[in-house]
Design a protein around this ligand. Sequence first.
Ligand code: MD5
Ligand code: FE
Length: 201
Amino acid sequence: PRLDLAPGAVHLPDWLDLDAQRRLLAACREWAPGMRQQRLPNGGVMSVRMVCLGWHWAPYRYTRTLDDGSTVLPFPAWLGDLGRRAVAAAGFTGDYRPDIALVNFYDAEARMGLHQDKDERSLDPVVSFSLGDTGVFRFGNTENRGRPWTDVDLRSGDLVVFGGGSRLAYHGVTRIKPGTADPDLGLSGRLNVTLRVSGLD
Ligand code: MD5
Ligand code: FE
């Protein structure tokens, strides 16, 4: 099935079959040693653990190197291919050449407050893959952090593509539902992999 959250925001539940989920999870486990909790300029520390591929999210800009001077992990070609299949499945036309992946791990307590993704210079779609425990995703409006918003459960294997008029919508993750993952996957907590186009070179 295909669910339109709003113009340009397309939810394809269970788009990744269990085999594809296992492959993406195995890749996340290879990247996981780079995961860290980002410190924000306001002094806060994000509850989500993140590792970046292609470009490092600094916050609130993209850099080629991490704070410690190390080089960001490469963005693999196979992940770009998966992203192109995802945007096509969601009904978007035209080239899609993502060069950033943000891999976010949510434990049972982690959240992500409402924000806009506006650090990319390109407004090409953002592709989101969910693995593991269900997350409650809050999809807001483009004006402010207030209502109206819609809360959507994102389950393991779900694809959401955010483009067009939804690309700059406020959004966040209000909670994780512990113990909701398929035990066959072997993941406690939630992983979200987003693909983006930096518009940088
Ligand atoms: C997540 N991650 O579930 C979400 C999925 C992030 C983040 O929000 O910034 O890492 S991506 C959701 C998204 C991306 C771009 C635009 C919109 C939503 N949107 O317009 O609603 O961990
Ligand atoms: Fe975001």
